[in-house]
Design a protein around this ligand. Sequence first.
Ligand SMILES: *[C@@H]1O[C@H](CO)[C@@H](O)[C@H](O)[C@H]1NC(C)=O
Length: 298
Amino acid sequence: MGTPARPPSSRLCRLLLPGGILLLLLLYLASSHLRTPRSACIWGSQPCRWPGDPAPDEGERGQLPSRSGPGQTLGLLPLQTTHPPCPQSPQFRIQCMQSAFAASITPGGEVLLGEYLRGWKELAKFIDSLGTAFGLVSRETWQKITIMQDYLSGQRGAHYRTLQSMMTFELAKGLVGFHSLPATSPPSGCRTLLRLHRALRWLQLFLHKLGTSEGVHPAQLCASAYQEALAPYHSWWVRQASALAFVAMPSRQELYGILCEPKEQRACATLLATVQAIGLVYNRTQEVYSAHEMLGLP
Ligand SMILES: *[C@@H]1O[C@H](CO)[C@@H](O)[C@H](O)[C@H]1NC(C)=O
């Protein structure tokens, strides 16, 4: 208590720099090793789809509930109904993310996976725009999204319309994998979605902090959100790699540029509305997982 507190970012650097360069090298090697050709996706029977790729014939557009679906009647966030339909675009749009997450929850409390994934695709674009240091996080995210999208547009897609129907289906078929799965079987939808769900909490906290605490560097906000939401689930190596990525985080002004809101005040308003939309679907998902005692799926 006697010495003035060192700013966390410099503490972070002091802790991390010795191993940092080695880790970056390892990460780089790992990432160039992991890069798979699009046509040889290891996660599903279909080729991976990446941002910007056109959807396959009976792809997501056909499967998704329409934008005027039940979630829209929730009426909590005026932005969601006034925003024009979101085109498929490689660029992150916070309004598209907000409207997708807001529409992903029905008045009856069902979580529509199509909309949820649409929100996540925007969120993944946001992660992409945070720079190359987030490459590993980005790849993980897109992999999980692709697995879920494949379930959703696959033969048994009807069972994957909502979180609740997915759970019922996978439980009935013994697909959930309450213990560790054999390496050959694909990860279950419940398990994959739980990873996205935990990461959603991290990004929700981060965006909330970004919208409510002025003058703190985003790197610190992102790191503390991570500590709170994700670090408990990650191995030491992943925690160090993540900490490194946060050090390379863009500045607040750059982030506002990414969020397409040149003026800080509007950026904060949009952020907080988005955080609220995410919070609703996060809470509901948490309840459903908790009710099925699935929050600890390996
Ligand atoms: C989510 O749940 C938490 C804790 O129960 C609560 O404090 C928060 O207000 C909820 N968020 C929303 C958006 O409903």
